[in-house]
Design a protein around this ligand. Structure first.
Ligand SMILES: [Zn+2]
Length: 145
């Protein structure tokens, strides 16, 4: 197997170092090189997929299953963990930096450095309904495709 210049494929293939916490037939999980907080893990499919668009559904389920267990494991790890975030960035605009799909799992605690800024104001129902119609259209397009 070649790595195609993908650092995560290099980890899967044993050609790059990683601090691995879990490995099975389809998924591997290892420590993020630039942790948000100590215990920050990345869960990835072994088969290269850039993002959600080319991630096989069953593999996505396997990734989630491992992330779910790791989120629970963090609370039992002895690392500071008062909460857990699961975070997936799909696409450059979403701050994806490595283009091999990965699910972040990291401990949270009061005063930690992680920040998410957004306009959190409650929106009008009509605006929410228009967005819901658009999303339902997207689901219909998937069913048709
Ligand atoms: Zn890859």
């Amino acid at each position: 197997m070649t790595d195609n210049g993908c650092v995560f494929c290099a980890i899967v293939n044993g050609r790059a170092d990683a601090s691995v916490v879990h490995e099975d037939d389809s998924v591997i999980a290892f420590m993020d090189l630039q942790p948000v907080t100590p215990g920050h893990v990345l869960v990835i499919p072994k088969a290269h997929a850039v993002g959600l668009e080319d991630l096989q559904e069953g593999v996505g389920v396997a990734v989630w299953k491992v992330a779910h267990q790791l989120g629970r494991a963090l609370r039992r790890s002895g690392l500071r963990c008062e909460g857990v975030n699961l975070f997936l960035a799909d696409g450059e605009a979403a701050f994806q930096e490595v283009f091999h799909v990965h699910l972040h799992v990291f401990p949270r605690f009061a005063g930690d450095p992680f920040r998410m800024e957004a306009d959190w104001r409650v929106q009008e129902r009509a605006q929410l309904d228009r967005a819901a119609a658009a999303v339902r259209g997207g689901l219909a397009a998937l069913d048709a495709g």
